[in-house]
Design a protein around this ligand. Structure first.
Ligand code: NAI
Length: 458
């Protein structure tokens, strides 16, 4: 028989480990079950490793173009093996940091797959490796996995190592000569960007008329243009139809088919909550379209059970997971803390970076919100000009008519990932544009473009 805890957490990714830290700090006895590695997809095979790879590619690209900046370098090359080794070191160090923090907080970490088995004497029972642990409360934070569509040949392609998800793609020992990417969303674009700079001939197949999913339409178009400039090919409004040995067949809406030769195929058409085999049905946890149903407090329909992170399918982002984990633990500790989902920033870490928060023109129109658009090229920023020499980045703000508050902000260009926090705070506030204009931005920064766009709001 295992131990009894105040809180049992299924999954040690951003939602699970962050919740464990907060709960232990709040005085609860906590156990985390993690079958793979602490840190989950984000630290081990998602956010962090891709940022490590992309940073290597950025240095490589900057060095190649150093002459434009008065820096000469000869025989510049990117050593993919060394890039992977550096990535592995970064991941190892971060995962060790999480393990160390949990240890210091006396959180039990059990490296096993756990399954909910029921509820006995008012306590939830969880089984892992033949041992049963019991908990007064459960937090389900089991994350998500890549969606595998029923494309003929896909299963065989996985079996032979021809088709990869981001998990495998982040560890392939050699850069493929030709890479086909199915899905031009966040994962597809970030990895396509890395492999294109690392030397692959990359073709991205996207079923929708534009890449980038729900990001602002102008930002998406500019991003695609920049990626085309480094050699990526995009097939838009095109669906992957069949996978064969060394090729992919793509169907366009007009019925024409294109054959793309490839050494590897990356499948990045979205992720789905990993609810299978958790034993949710044993205690009656409600799911909808495969994800656990939660309210803004991260409560499920079962009292004593919360669910945070990708598992609830609300916003599959690590930063949402951190916030949800904190809110769930606050609720458990008797301090109800609802999550606001209207000001969650979204970033694509490509070169250039794209970032957005709040409403887009499309979402605002769909909701019937009356808005004005104000936009400037980033070239209005002295620092942007000094560093890019002439990029096509933009900053677009949506202002609500009447209240004149900030509804949304969308940027493409260097530092967009870091700049987006300020508009995220402002979208979350109800301050009108005239108040926002008075904020003092450091100069020279690319971020001060926000003030310049705000000054356009008359
Ligand atoms: P995604 O939902 O961002 O993009 C999937 C794309 O595939 C969509 O544009 C969709 O139209 C397209 N698609 C779907 N079926 C297709 C088909 N049969 N043929 C061609 N195209 C097809 O999903 P992605 O990129 O796999 O990312 C998964 C999750 O991971 C997302 O929720 C994302 O937010 C998260 N993530 C976030 C990152 C970040 O914040 N920087 C980085 C990487 C992932």
């Amino acid at each position: 028989m295992g131990k009894t805890y105040d809180l049992i957490i299924l999954g040690g990714g951003p939602a699970g480990y962050f919740a464990a830290e907060r709960a232990a700090e709040g005085g609860l006895s906590v156990c985390v079950f993690e079958e793979r590695n602490l840190g989950g997809v984000c630290l081990n095979e998602g956010c962090i490793p891709t940022k490590s790879l992309l940073y290597s590619a950025k240095i490589f690209d900057n060095t190649r173009h150093g002459a434009d900046y008065g820096v000469t370098a000869e025989n510049v090359s990117l050593d993919h093996e060394k890039v992977l080794a550096r990535k592995a070191k970064t991941v190892k160090s971060l995962v060790a940091g999480v393990a160390g923090a949990l240890k210091r907080l006396k959180v039990d970490v059990i490296a096993e797959r756990a399954q909910i088995t029921g509820k006995t004497d008012g306590k939830f029972t969880v089984e892992a490796a033949g041992q049963t642990s019991t908990g007064d409360r459960l937090l389900i934070a089991a994350g998500s996995e890549a969606v595998l569509p029923p494309i003929p040949g896909l299963k065989e392609g996985f079996g032979s190592g021809f088709v990869l998800t981001s998990r495998e793609a982040l560890d392939i020992p050699a850069v493929p000569k030709e890479l086909a990417v199915i899905g031009g969303g966040v994962i597809g674009l970030e990895l396509a960007n890395y492999f294109a700079l690392a030397g692959s001939k990359v073709t991205v197949v996207e079923m929708l008329p534009e890449v980038g999913g729900s990001i602002d339409a102008d930002v998406a178009r500019i991003l695609r243009g920049n990626l085309e400039k480094i050699g990526l090919t995009f097939l838009l409004s095109a669906k992957a139809k069949e996978i064969g040995d060394g090729f992919l067949i793509v169907a366009s809406p007009d019925g024409t088919e294109t054959k793309i030769n490839a050494d590897k195929i990356l499948l990045s058409i979205g992720r789905r909550a990993s609810t299978d085999g958790l034993g949710l049905e044993k205690i009656g946890v409600l799911t909808e379209r495969g994800a656990v149903v939660t309210d803004p407090y991260l409560r499920t329909n079962v009292p004593g059970v919360w669910a945070a992170g990708d598992i609830n399918g609300k916003s599959m982002l690590a930063h949402t997971a951190y916030r949800e984990a904190m809110a769930a633990v606050n609720d458990i500790l008797g301090k109800p803390d609802p999550v606001r989902y209207d000001a969650i920033p979204q970033v694509i870490y490509t070169m250039p970076e794209a970032a957005g928060v709040g409403e887009t023109e499309k979402s605002a129109a769909e909701k019937g919100i009356a808005y004005e658009v104000h936009q400037l090229p980033l070239l209005y920023s002295g620092r942007y000009l000094a560093e890019t020499g002439g990029g096509d980045g933009i900053c677009k703000l949506l202002i609500e008519k009447g209240t004149r508050r900030l509804l949304g902000a969308h940027l493409i260009g260097n530092y967009a990932s870091e700049i987006i926090l300020s508009p995220a705070i402002l979208v979350g506030s109800a301050w009108p544009a005239d108040t926002l204009k008075k904020i003092v931005f450091p100069h020279p920064t690319v971020g001060e473009i926000l003030r310049d766009v705000l000054l356009e709001v008359k």
